[in-house]
Design a protein around this ligand. Structure first.
Ligand SMILES: [Zn+2]
Length: 290
C-alpha cells in the first residue's frame, strides 16, 4: 500500500488531487469511505480540534486504521488545523498519520519557530507522520457565511508569496504547505467564493518544493478546482459542503420517519448523502467522468 506522501506525490504527478474530507462521527466516516471505495481512490479523513474532541482523538485514529487494515485501503487520518503544540503532539501520540500545525495567525517568525519545534518532535517520535504548515490567513470557520472572514488574505498583495513559501519550507522542514491563494474557509451564502489565483499557485509550488494543499474547497467553482489542481494543488480539503449534505438529509429523513427511534434507520440517508457529495468532488479532483 502506498504511504500518505506517496499518494499525494503520485496524484500530483498525474495532474489530479487527493480528496480530504472532515468527520466528527462514524456516519460521516462511512459516507466518505464508501465514496472512495466505489471510485477506487485513496482518501484522507480530517478532524479539526472541535471535531476530534467530539469523536475522540484516539478513537478517530483507531477507526481509520481499522478501515485501512480490514479493507487494505489507502485511507489516512489528518489532524486538521491544530493551533497549539500541545494538541499537535497529542495527535501524533494517539496515532494520526498527518498533522496540520496552523500558525497562520502568528507572525512569520513565530510561525516558523513553532512549526519547526513541532517538526522536530515528529521526527524524533514518529518520523512517518506528515506535517503540514500554514502560511497566510484564510479564516477558521466551516460554515455558511454572509461575508468574507475578517483579515483573510484574498488580494494578490496579501496572498502567500513564493519567497515566503520557500523560506518557510526550508526553515521548518514541513512535508506539505497550505498557502493563501484567494481561498477562504467556509462557504459564501451568495454561492460564490473568491476566485483562486492559479498563477500564484504554480509559482508557489515551484518555490515551496513540497506538495501544496488547498483549504476552503467548499464553494469553489468546478473550473477553479480543475485549474488549481493543474497548477499544483496536490490535495483539496472539503468540509462545509458535506456538513450541509449531512444535515439536509437528516432533516428530511426525520420528517419522513417521525416515529422512528433507531438511529441506524433514520441516519442511513445522511450517510448516503455524504457518499454522493464526496463522490462528486472526487470525480472532479480525479478527472473522472461523472
Ligand atoms: Zn482548512
Amino acid at each position: 500500500m502506498q504511504t500518505a506522501i506517496e499518494i499525494i506525490k503520485d496524484a500530483e504527478s498525474r495532474g489530479v488531487a487527493v480528496g480530504h474530507f472532515n468527520i466528527s462521527n462514524t456516519e460521516q466516516l462511512w459516507g466518505i469511505f464508501n465514496a472512495a471505495r466505489s471510485l477506487e481512490l485513496p482518501i484522507f479523513i480530517g478532524t479539526s480540534e472541535g471535531e476530534r474532541a467530539f469523536i475522540g482523538p484516539r478513537q478517530a485514529a483507531v477507526l481509520v486504521q481499522s478501515l485501512r487494515e480490514q479493507f487494505n485501503w489507502p485511507i489516512y487520518l489528518n489532524a486538521d488545523h491544530t493551533y497549539s503544540l500541545e494538541k499537535a503532539k497529542e495527535a501524533v501520540d494517539v496515532g494520526y498519520d498527518c498533522v496540520i500545525f496552523d500558525g497562520a495567525q502568528l507572525s512569520m517568525e513565530e510561525n516558523i519557530a513553532q512549526t519547526k519545534e513541532f517538526v522536530s518532535y515528529v521526527r524524533e517520535t514518529r518520523p512517518e507522520v506528515l506535517v503540514e504548515g500554514e502560511l497566510g490567513y484564510i479564516g477558521t470557520s466551516s460554515s455558511m457565511m454572509d461575508e468574507l472572514p475578517e483579515g483573510a488574505a484574498v488580494t494578490r498583495e496579501e496572498m502567500t508569496s513564493p519567497e515566503e513559501a520557500q523560506r518557510f519550507v526550508e526553515e521548518t522542514g514541513v512535508d506539505l504547505l497550505a498557502p493563501a491563494v484567494g481561498n477562504v474557509h467556509g462557504m459564501m451564502e451568495s454561492g460564490r467564493n473568491p476566485n483562486l489565483d492559479t498563477e500564484r499557485i504554480s509559482a508557489l509550488r515551484e518555490a515551496a518544493g513540497v506538495p501544496l494543499v488547498l483549504h476552503g474547497g467548499s464553494g469553489v467553482s468546478d473550473e477553479d478546482f480543475v485549474s488549481s489542481i493543474e497548477a499544483g494543488m496536490g490535495m483539496v480539503h472539503i468540509n462545509t459542503e458535506i456538513r450541509v449534505a449531512f444535515r439536509e438529509a437528516l432533516e428530511q429523513s426525520l420528517q419522513e420517519k417521525p416515529d422512528e427511534i433507531a438511529p441506524y434507520k433514520y441516519m442511513d440517508q445522511a450517510v448516503d448523502a455524504v457518499t454522493e457529495s464526496v463522490a462528486n468532488r472526487l470525480k472532479l479532483f480525479n478527472k473522472l467522468d461523472s
